[in-house]
Design a protein around this ligand. Structure first.
Ligand SMILES: [Zn+2]
Length: 309
């Protein structure tokens, strides 16, 4: 893959908004901005009955202080992505309203999204990420997840919004892996999967659930290997998960690693821009059965080992 502006590799982050409330994530963005790195921050845009603007789960776009900061990020060139309408999952009418609200707040439909782990409106999520017989294995291993059956793609469910996803959202995140070079772990991304037709294009990510995982994924050695490979890294993480301490200070090692990476000749753009560039170079890949099998097996192995993602 050739990167624009003579850059030797590409790097970005999709920040899952879980736990994010005013005061517990902003220093990461201040550093990224200072270092000229633009990434993607997701939001919950739902409003109305059954939603809470600020809770232990995190803030929604109904939290004025949170929204003001997020709009400021967009103005500074960060991408605002979608993380389902809300953390509990809402019915179709409220999902449609949430997507309209996203559009009115940010000026366009979401370009990228990720499913929230335990949201009833999750699309092709939980065991539906996998094909038989792996989906059956998943159901047995994570039987507790049956309390939340993701229904965004079930046409007869009140949580169905597959058609809206197809009309309005371009890229959806699926499999995560431990490798720092996401493109090496999933050389087909972004790809279309005919078995999951309500999603236009899927992308993979490098898994960094919390700050400690982020420190591993972006270790000095892994940064150097990414630069040498010329690949692309899309980190999936939660910037509200231990990056910032109770005094509002950014984790010193996270700061040092981000600063180190920023000094390399990388292309530091949001998820949409990175994926659009790959599509412009070679078109959107139609996922083959063999590639799907490879992704599903490797992801399931990763999930069994790491337990999340
Ligand atoms: Zn989440």
């Amino acid at each position: 893959m050739r990167w624009p502006e003579g850059k030797s590799f590409a790097f970005t982050v999709f920040d899952d908004t879980d736990l994010s409330r005013p005061g517990n994530y902003e220093p990461v963005y201040e550093l990224l901005h200072e270092r000229g790195m633009r990434t993607t921050k997701s939001v919950w845009p739902a409003t109305g009955a059954g939603t809470e603007a600020r809770s232990a789960e995190g803030s929604t776009c109904d939290d004025p202080e949170y929204l003001k900061y997020v709009l400021g990020l967009q103005a500074r060139g960060f991408e605002i992505g979608y993380h389902n309408s809300y953390h509990t999952g809402l019915h179709r009418t409220q999902i449609a309203q949430a997507l309209d609200r996203f559009r009115s707040l940010f000026g366009h439909d979401p370009d990228s999204m990720s499913n929230h782990a335990m949201s009833l409106e999750g699309i092709y999520w939980g065991e539906a990420r996998l094909s038989p017989p792996l989906s059956t294995a998943y159901r047995h291993i994570w039987a507790r997840n049956r309390a939340c059956v993701h229904q965004g793609h079930w046409e007869n469910s009140p949580y169905f919004w597959g058609d809206l996803c197809k009309q309005r959202i371009r890229y959806v995140r699926n499999f995560v892996f431990g490798k720092t070079d996401t493109l090496a772990a999933c050389p087909w991304m972004p790809y279309h999967d005919a078995a999951r037709p309500y999603v236009n294009a899927w992308f993979a990510a490098s898994h960094a659930q919390h700050c400690s995982h982020f420190l591993d994924v972006l270790s000095e050695r892994n940064q150097d290997a990414l630069e040498a490979s010329g690949g692309a890294c899309i980190v999936y993480t939660h910037f509200a998960a231990d990056f910032v301490d109770g005094r509002g200070q950014l984790h010193p090692k996270a700061r040092a690693l981000i600063e180190r990476l920023s000094r390399k000749n990388g292309w530091f753009v949001p998820v949409r821009e990175l994926l659009d560039h790959i599509v412009a170079q070679r078109g959107l890949v139609e996922l083959s059965a063999a590639a799907r099998t490879s992704l599903e097996w490797r992801w399931l192995a990763h999930k069994v080992l790491v337990g999340a993602g």
